[in-house]
Design a binder for this molecule. Structure first.
Ligand SMILES: Cc1cc2nc3c(=O)[nH]c(=O)nc-3n(C[C@H](O)[C@H](O)[C@H](O)COP(=O)(O)OP(=O)(O)OC[C@H]3O[C@@H](n4cnc5c(N)ncnc54)[C@H](O)[C@@H]3O)c2cc1C
Length: 280
């Protein structure tokens, strides 16, 4: 398998869609493999690719599969606009262009020996999934593993069967809450950040990772801090519009940083001064 550094980061390589899985009403996962074997690449949990729907446009999407010895990549995407809606119409056998992988990764090595808290909101579970799969796969290396996941409704829960399977292992804590219950929902109702105060972890020995809407991450950070998790042990993944993904164009500038090359995963203490300003 080639490694990304040997590939031109500005040239999309053709990948074929092997499977389209509908996850929820507005979210789907594309499983893709390189048309040419040499275009396969290794990646780390938390990294993203630029996906090019030919003739429509290119968007950043995180890799939601786990790094492993397979060239297949998953991208779990919510239909919001022109490109993601066109992507949602693609079928098995179609070809898309991929550049990547880009950006930094979740600190799965630093989490070893500590309690791991994962706070996800909506589609934010997709970029976190490779880290979770890594933690579960190497369970003995980690302390408690706590996933706190919030969605709008029960129908919006991603990777439901996988969450149920993990829950059945009894060695990780998975708590799900929804903004609005539906008839038949007997689970928790309320925003995900309300789960942090009661979650079972030792704040003095915890690394927390979070991804979701920015407002959710703001409240997640302050709840984690209130529990005593240090700012240098909280990581979050930021999103901004981006074009080049390699730090040239400046579209994703975030204070002195570029989200594409300095992020998207940031340690909180390193962005705190700009994160607390609402409109950067
Ligand atoms: C590093 C990174 C990783 C990402 N990973 C994923 C992922 O794994 N899965 C996924 O579904 N999306 C992900 N996104 C967001 C995704 O790139 C955007 O949803 C996409 O660019 C929208 O393009 P579009 O042409 O479909 O919509 P546009 O026409 O660009 O936008 C349509 C509408 O959606 C709104 N919108 C655009 N981007 C976002 C956004 N990021 N969040 C909320 N609303 C938005 C716009 O304001 C507009 O109202 C990621 C973004 C970044 C920067």
């Amino acid at each position: 398998m080639a490694i990304s550094a040997q590939l031109d980061p500005m040239v999309p390589r053709p990948f074929r869609i092997q499977r389209v899985k509908s996850e929820t009403n507005d979210t789907f996962t594309l499983e893709v493999t390189p048309v040419e074997e040499r275009d396969g690449f290794a990646f780390l949990p938390g990294q993203f690719n630029m996906l090019y729907v030919f003739g429509v446009g290119e968007v950043p999407i995180s890799i939601s599969s786990e790094p492993r010895n397979s060239p297949a990549l998953w991208h779990t995407t919510r239909r919001v606009g022109a490109v993601t809606k066109a992507m949602g119409k693609l079928k098995r056998g179609d070809v898309i262009g991929i550049r990547g992988p880009f950006g930094g990764n979740w600190p799965v090595e630093e989490m070893a020996g500590r309690d791991c808290v994962i706070v996800a909101g909506g589609i934010g579970l997709a970029p976190l999934r490779p880290a979770l799969v890594h933690l579960v796969g190497q369970r003995e290396k980690y302390g408690k593993i706590v996933l706190l996941y919030g969605t709008r409704t029960p129908e919006d829960i991603l990777f439901r069967s996988e969450l149920e399977r993990w829950r059945g292992k009894f060695d990780l804590e998975i708590q799900v809450t929804v903004d609005r219950g539906t008839p038949g929902w007997r689970g928790s109702v309320g925003v995900v950040t309300t789960l942090i105060g009661r979650a079972p972890f030792d704040p003095t020995n915890t690394v927390a990772i979070t991804c979701g809407p920015e407002v959710m991450m703001r409240f997640a950070v302050s709840e984690l801090q209130r529990r005593g998790v240090g700012s240098d042990r909280i990581y979050l993944s930021m999103e901004r519009n981006m074009k080049c993904a390699v730090g040239f164009c400046g579209h994703c500038q975030y204070g002195p940083a570029f989200i594409c090359k300095d992020g998207p995963v940031f340690r909180y203490d390193r962005i705190e001064p700009i994160f607390i300003k609402a409109e950067i």
